[in-house]
Design a protein around this ligand. Structure first.
Ligand code: ATP
Length: 305
């Protein structure tokens, strides 16, 4: 554990279900900005168990599309120290920029997201709460990193807890036997992809009608999905729409893997992560790879991964 005196807390950024996040300064390390997530006073033991679980998980995870974990300290409460995102969440950014973000930027975020998720899955880890609020932006909105690992769990243990966010949660997470695999993240990825390209919150119409969250989840269990045609996407959109429908399919086994999604989109992000996003050559290149791949898949008439 780190020493609390090494950090100075500044303003509160926001709060989640089991903690408050503050902007902070790491005084003894070149005064770098950090985000400090503190377990709230008065929270129950479950929250502390979640945080301790988050610490164990985070220590294992190191990837360019996963928020860097710097350590933790205990003052009155346990506090986790993360790299600070000065661009905020993808959710907040999309809210501010409705109609103004290009498809290529959106695609690039979703590819980075798939890359981070593929890494998690390769570590036999399930995130279980993938959504735009848990995707943070860095590097002038170009780099996306997955955060909020309180819900992360190793596959090795039997997954039976009901954890996640209504609207993004796969049906099998909350059905009777409640056993699920990493494919629950693929479901959430499909919903998140739709949200980014539709620029709407999933099931917002039902929420506006004050439908109870559990009633919404029940509808999802019974097959309700966002309207795929709300996705504003360019060339080869039918193929992309078909892939997204596969992601949020009822049967987890038939959903693609994250590896399959990255392969379909035709991008090796390690090669294509743009150094300069304004560089049109690179963005065109990304687009071309995508279209190439889409027509190749079309030619062989295959959508299975
Ligand atoms: N590393 C970070 N840098 C900057 N802001 C962050 C960072 N981590 C979280 N935040 C912001 O802090 C706020 C609270 O985040 P937190 O992860 O605790 O909750 P949440 O994801 O919004 O909700 P929940 O955990 O209940 O799903 C959010 O606005 C989030 O964007």
């Amino acid at each position: 554990m780190n020493n609390s005196r090494d950090f100075k807390l500044r303003e509160r950024i926001g709060s989640g279900s089991y903690g408050v996040v503050y902007k902070g300064i790491w005084i003894t390390n070149k005064s770098v900005k950090v985000a400090v997530k503190c377990l709230e006073k008065g929270n129950n033991k479950d929250s502390e168990t979640n945080i301790l679980r988050e610490i164990r998980n985070l220590q294992e995870l190191k990837h360019e599309n996963i928020v860097t974990f710097h350590g933790s300290y205990r003052q009155k409460n346990i506090c986790l120290i993360f790299e600070y995102s000065d661009c905020g969440s993808l959710y907040d950014y999309l809210q501010k920029k409705i109609g103004k973000v290009s498809n290529i930027e959106k695609l690039h975020w979703m590819l980075q997201c798939a890359n981070g998720m593929e890494y998690l899955h390769s570590k036999k880890t399930i995130h279980r709460d993938l959504k735009t609020q848990n995707l943070l932006l860095f590097n002038n909105y170009r780099t996306l990193k997955i955060c909020d690992f309180g819900t992360v769990k190793q596959y090795a243990t039997e997954n039976t807890e009901l954890i996640g966010t209504i609207g993004y949660m796969a049906p099998e997470v909350c059905t009777a036997d409640g056993k699920y695999t990493e494919k629950c993240d693929v479901f959430s990825y499909g919903i998140t992809f739709w949200e980014v390209f539709a620029e709407k919150k999933p099931f917002n119409d039902l929420q506006k009608k004050n439908m109870h969250p559990l009633a919404i989840q029940n509808k999802i269990i019974n097959g309700a999905r966002p309207n795929i045609n709300d996705m504003q996407i360019c060339k080869d959109s039918n193929l992309i729409k078909a892939i997204i429908e596969k992601c949020w399919g009822r049967d987890p086994e038939s959903r693609p893997t994250m590896k399959g999604l990255i392969a379909f989109l035709g991008i090796d992000l390690r090669l294509y992560t743009p150094i300069n996003f304004e560089d049109i050559e690179i963005t065109e290149c990304v687009c071309l790879r995508m279209v190439d791949m889409a027509s190749a898949v079309k030619q062989i008439g295959e959508l299975d991964f």
